[in-house]
Design a protein around this ligand. Structure first.
Ligand code: HQG
Length: 177
């Protein structure tokens, strides 16, 4: 398997479908590296620890992280599985960006940004990233979120270990379309 394919598969397992290879994530999304490697082998996707380390280190968005002891691994964000990343609330920059598809705009104008199948709404500090994220869904459209004002109004923000800003919901009044 190519590194990119392994990486994609790891995203699937560590964010969405751990059961696909018969593993469980703990309450904070972690799984023992040993358990993961054994399960991958059992399901015909054998990689060794060194290859896993390479993939974690070289992933273009730093999607995965080992814990401080190196014995556990998790995805940094993007989960649909109900886990608690256990991140401290952080003060966001005044403005954050969200890339979406034009076809979703009328719905977003009604209900604001919803987390849909994931655990959070994902926001970025730069337009380029938002454009790439939006392009995955269709003709991209960039929304500007008044994150500073939201935070002042009592909404909580978190920053994942790979620099993605997360929040539960963005009400329409904080979005510049
Ligand atoms: C849209 C990738 C209609 C929302 C990316 C988005 C990101 C609404 C889609 C991360 C809506 C959900 C997450 C509403 C939100 N009505 N549509 N009220 N509210 N939406 O994939 O943000 O490469 O779950 O705008 O880089 O696109 O996988 O979220 O278009 O960081 O690491 O519903 O996933 O990371 O789509 O992407 P997604 P996303 P990776």
């Amino acid at each position: 398997m190519k590194d990119k394919d392994i990486s994609r598969f790891l995203s699937l397992i560590l964010r969405h479908k751990p059961e696909e290879i018969g593993i469980r994530l703990d309450a904070h999304g972690w799984v023992e590296v040993k358990t993961l490697l054994q399960a991958l082998q059992k399901h015909g996707r054998t990689i060794d620890r060194q290859k896993l380390e390479e993939i974690v280190a070289e992933n273009n968005k730093q999607r995965f992280a080992f814990d401080e002891t190196g014995t556990r691994i998790r995805a940094n964000q993007g989960h649909s599985v109900a886990i608690d990343l256990d991140l401290p609330a952080s003060v966001p920059p005044d403005y954050l960006f969200h890339g979406t598809a034009e076809s979703f705009i009328s719905s977003i104008q009604k209900t604001g940004l919803q987390k849909q199948t994931r655990q959070h709404v994902h926001l970025s500090t730069n337009r380029d990233t938002a454009t790439q994220v939006g392009s995955r869904h269709g003709k991209p459209c960039i929304l500007v979120v008044r994150a500073g004002k939201m935070q002042e109004a009592g909404f909580q923000f978190y920053i994942s270990d790979n620099g993605v800003w997360l929040t539960d919901h963005v009400p329409v009044e904080f979005i510049d379309f």
